[in-house]
Design a protein. Structure first.
Length: 397
């Protein structure tokens, strides 16, 4: 049998993430090859499909599609028929993927394999839950759990965006107003005074100079910012760069704590769903690790997974590698001692998510008055400069 080239994304025993290619007769052979190398695969796809797996579905659309699919399966429909009917109920972005999924299922592939090889990025924890459902815990129930994971993620993103909407609108409106006053109104008024032979007050000259500096430096600043963003994106596009950047963010006083809590919320929700679906702890950790949304936290969780495979308790492993907050560590330990690890993980995820939202809202409540005072002070300075220039006009001078 001829070999094919497969792209892979895997983790080593020390938590290091690695991307590359491997030649194998089929996907299972590629998985065995990676295992022989001491790697734990997160994603393995044929070379041709690896290039096209770049389309990212909106999380809310994916959640709705999964929930509808679970309802159709609960009604007794086979997977192929349910996928066929689903095309008339979902968003166009999801509907465009369904024909390839339907073809793969009719060829005999499982739904999890079809989703993994589709031309869209499906979260690994969703694939893990569905794969567990196909192995015995119930496909419809597993898909519904996957939908709940996506719904929680969509709700969190929507809440954060709603909280930040007003500060962003205020920043845009304030910047535009200042640009109009300093860039157009005040210079034209100063030109009129110059034509009349009037001397400009000191405040007006200060504001005009600041506007001149801003105009002269705008283009270099824009070029420097654009160059920095391009370099930053190229650097963080690599596994090493992304992990180092995320590790740096975790060291920041307030942002670092928020990122740990947010990553812990996603990790706990994913891990709880996987364990509830019947996935063993070690594979569940591997599938849930990437849901953290932070490369450094993901690496720490994968390192904790190695400790679990060697006999450590999950709570001890997570604490040893500082992968989650102290609250999550304590709740995981309580779940281990009570034999209710999955429900306790789900509870920890909800607590961490609520804590993140409270802190974000508190930060926004502080940002809003600060921005109002800041922009108001600058506008007041410009208005004072304009009024002083107006009062300095002496008729007949």
């Amino acid at each position: 049998m001829s070999e094919r080239s497969f792209r892979y994304h895997a983790a080593s025993d020390d938590g290091r993430l690695e991307r590359g290619r491997v030649d194998a007769a089929n996907r299972n052979a590629a998985l065995r090859t990676l295992a022989d190398r001491g790697l734990h695969p997160i994603e393995v796809a044929p070379e041709a499909e690896g290039r096209t797996r770049r389309v990212k579905l909106p999380v809310a659309d994916l959640a709705l599609a999964l929930r509808l699919l679970a309802d159709l399966l609960d009604a007794g429909l086979p997977v192929a028929r349910a996928l066929q009917l689903l095309g008339t109920m979902v968003a166009p972005a999801v509907a465009a993927v369904l024909p390839s999924l339907l073809a793969a299922v009719r060829e005999g592939r499982s739904l999890a394999v079809a989703l993994e090889q589709a031309e869209v990025n499906i979260p690994p924890e969703v694939l893990g839950v569905i794969r567990a459902g196909e192995r015995g815990s119930g496909l419809a129930a597993a898909i519904r759990q996957a939908a709940e994971l996506c719904e929680d993620a969509a709700a969190t993103r929507s809440a954060v965006r709603s909280a930040l909407a007003y500060p962003l609108l205020l920043a845009v409106a304030g910047t535009a107003s200042l640009g109009l006053l300093v860039g157009i109104v005040l210079p034209r008024f100063a030109a009129i005074l110059g034509d009349l032979g009037q001397a400009l007050p000191a405040t007006t000259r200060l504001v005009l100079r600041a506007g001149d500096v801003a105009r002269v430096g705008a283009l270099p600043l824009l070029l420097a910012t654009t160059t920095s963003v391009v370099i930053w994106r190229a650097y963080t596009a690599t596994d090493t760069g992304r992990r180092r950047w995320h590790a740096f963010l975790l060291t920041l006083p307030v942002l670092g704590e928020l990122r740990v809590a947010a990553a812990g919320a996603r990790l706990c929700a994913s891990l709880a769903a996987l364990l509830a679906s019947g996935v063993p702890v070690a594979p569940a950790i591997r599938n849930a690790a990437s849901s953290a949304g932070d490369a450094e936290i993901t690496a720490r969780v994968l390192a904790a997974r190695v400790d679990v495979e060697h006999g450590s308790r999950l709570s001890d492993a997570l604490a040893r590698h500082a992968a989650v907050s102290t609250l999550v560590q304590r709740l995981v330990r309580a779940g281990e001692e009570s034999g209710r690890l999955a429900p306790m993980l789900a509870h920890a995820g909800r607590l961490e998510r609520d804590r993140v939202m409270r802190q974000v809202r508190a930060a926004v409540r502080l940002i809003e008055p600060a921005m109002i005072v800041g922009f108001g002070g600058i506008v007041a300075l410009v208005a004072a400069a304009l009024l002083q220039a107006l009062y300095s006009v002496r008729p007949g001078a």
